[in-house]
Design a protein around this ligand. Structure first.
Ligand code: BYC
Length: 469
């Protein structure tokens, strides 16, 4: 049975606002139809050992139990209200907004809709993966990620319904109408239209693309529009697990490859992912995810910052919050070469956020390289490509760079593309490894076992149970 509106866990006193209740009551069945149509295929009736957010208390915010996914209790939680002032931009020091300020209405709606759109998009992208899971542990994890992306959609739809009236309701409907990869109604950001049809891509996506989510949500967690700040803060709690799935997932692929190499075996022949393929997938997903930060120089980003809608990563820990009279130095291509440019800091806010993101990704790469070393592989390291490599957004779009960031000709790029990015053959090989492994505790040939199970349960726990079990 589907959840009724009364059963929506929330800390926003949902019961006291009739208008909002009516709006959500109309939206909810459409959400469930959407979930059944394009959510995880083939597992809707299975019982899955899932975490559900039930409060915002740091200890005890989540409850673990077996749930059929359509009956998951998608709740609405905002971090507790605090005395807050706008922390940056032209309105620094003013009280935060509890309602949408008229002059920022369009910009805020656009930010919230863009954020919201990524959540159902990712569920759509991953819907076929359950059928080829490398283990039952991983199967449970992907469903955890999927239901929580669903909850993040609820979080944004709550904001649209509660604060944006009729056009908010229309936007909420549109969020269920667009489809990842669709020709006529695609998702808003390009990365969310890329198919994810193998588990290496899924791990890369949760490592690199969900991490963009972390940085975007962190920037919105500073927002002067308090309901948005409080909502995104709580979303970050769940997001941490998604990145864990990605970072440890790739780490286990690296470990398996490294152990085989150290034993003098060829990973490819042992049905594992060879080192050079892991590197190509890193190159692809990292560069795609960099695009999600927007252009290097952006008047949108400057406006968002000036008006107090979107801050920097951990803005509250920085010393200065106006960012005026300061510049950011970057290299941009001009007339066939790279030139240094001083950009007003506010216009460089996308790049400032990207800097933090790149550092965080590098930390993940360092971990994977340690895994290689520990397994006894010498002289081989995984690396992030330069941030100019393979970009479709910003000044590097339409130009060609090698993974070191050197400007090259299109012909040179084409000549080496197959060494840098996954080819059709590579993708076919990775897909050929994808056979379902569902016996509890068993792992596919291409991935090492995780260090531990979920919520104190053993790795060999039966995390996903068939409908009649
Ligand atoms: N694709 O000024 P610019 C997550 C457009 S992930 C297509 O450079 P701006 C998650 C842009 O709209 C986080 N178009 O960029 C992860 C603009 O168009 P107009 C999602 C793009 O606006 C995994 C033009 O190019 N959250 O949560 O400063 C699983 C110039 O734009 C793209 C957010 O994104 C692109 N990649 O920054 C589940 C936060 N980039 O105006 C979930 C909300 C730019 O010329 N979004 N364009 O028609 C934002 O803050 C901003 O919209 C962006 C773009 C950072 C995305």
């Amino acid at each position: 049975m589907a959840q009724s509106l009364e059963s929506i866990p929330n800390n926003v006193d949902l019961g006291s606002d009739r208008r909002l209740q009516r709006a959500l009551e109309q939206w909810q069945p459409n959400f469930l139809s959407w979930w059944k149509e394009v959510g995880p295929e083939g597992f809707q009736a299975h019982r899955v050992y899932l975490r559900t957010a039930i409060s915002v208390e740091p200890n005890g915010w989540a409850h673990f139990d077996f749930v059929r996914m359509p009956e998951y209790r998608w709740g609405i939680f905002l971090d507790p209200k605090q005395e807050r002032k706008i922390g940056f931009g032209d309105n620094e020091g003013q009280p935060v907004w509890e309602e949408v300020p008229g002059e920022h209405r369009n910009a805020l709606r656009r930010i919230i809709v863009t954020q919201a759109d990524t959540e159902p998009a990712s569920v759509e992208q991953q819907r076929q993966l359950g059928k080829t899971c490398p283990s039952m542990y991983d199967l449970r994890n992907i469903f955890q990620v999927n239901v929580e992306e669903g909850r993040h959609l609820w979080a944004m739809v709550y904001l649209l319904h509660r604060y944006f009236g009729r056009d908010g309701r229309e936007e909420a409907d549109e969020l269920l109408a667009r489809r990842s990869g669709s020709g006529d109604k695609p998702r808003i950001l390009n990365t969310f239209n890329e198919p994810i049809d193998d588990w290496l891509s899924f791990f890369m996506f949760t490592m690199f693309t969900d991490r963009d989510g972390k940085y975007q949500l962190s920037a919105l967690a500073q927002s002067g529009f308090d309901p948005l700040a409080r909502t995104t803060r709580f979303m970050l709690t769940e997001e941490a697990h998604h990145m864990f799935v990605g970072e440890t997932g790739v780490d286990r692929v690296v470990q398996r490859c490294a152990e085989l190499m150290a034993a003098g075996k060829d990973p490819r022949k042992e049905h594992a992912v060879p080192f050079e393929l892991i590197q190509k997938y890193i190159n692809f997903w990292f560069s795609l995810s960099l695009d999600l930060f927007g252009g290097e120089v952006s008047s949108n980003a400057a406006d968002f910052f000036a008006s107090g809608l979107k801050g920097r990563f951990r803005e509250d820990t920085l010393e200065e919050h106006k960012a005026v009279g300061r510049t950011y130095r970057m290299e941009v291509p001009e007339a066939g070469k790279l030139v240094e440019q001083e950009v007003p800091l506010r216009n460089a806010m996308n790049e400032v956020l990207r800097d933090e993101y790149v550092k965080d990704c590098q930390r993940g790469l360092d971990r994977w390289n340690k895994t290689l070393q520990k397994a006894g592989v010498r002289g081989m390291t995984l690396r992030l490509p330069h941030r100019r490599f393979h970009r479709s957004v910003g000044p590097c779009a339409g130009l060609f760079f090698d993974p070191d960031g050197k400007l090259i000709s299109e012909a040179e790029f084409k000549a080496h593309e197959g060494e840098w990015l996954p080819t059709a053959e590579d993708r076919a090989f990775v897909k050929s490894l994808m056979h379902p492994v569902v016996e509890p505790g068993k792992m596919a040939s291409w991935v090492a076992a995780p260090a531990k199970g979920v919520n104190g349960m053993p790795v060999e726990f039966e995390y996903v149970r068939p409908p009649d079990a």
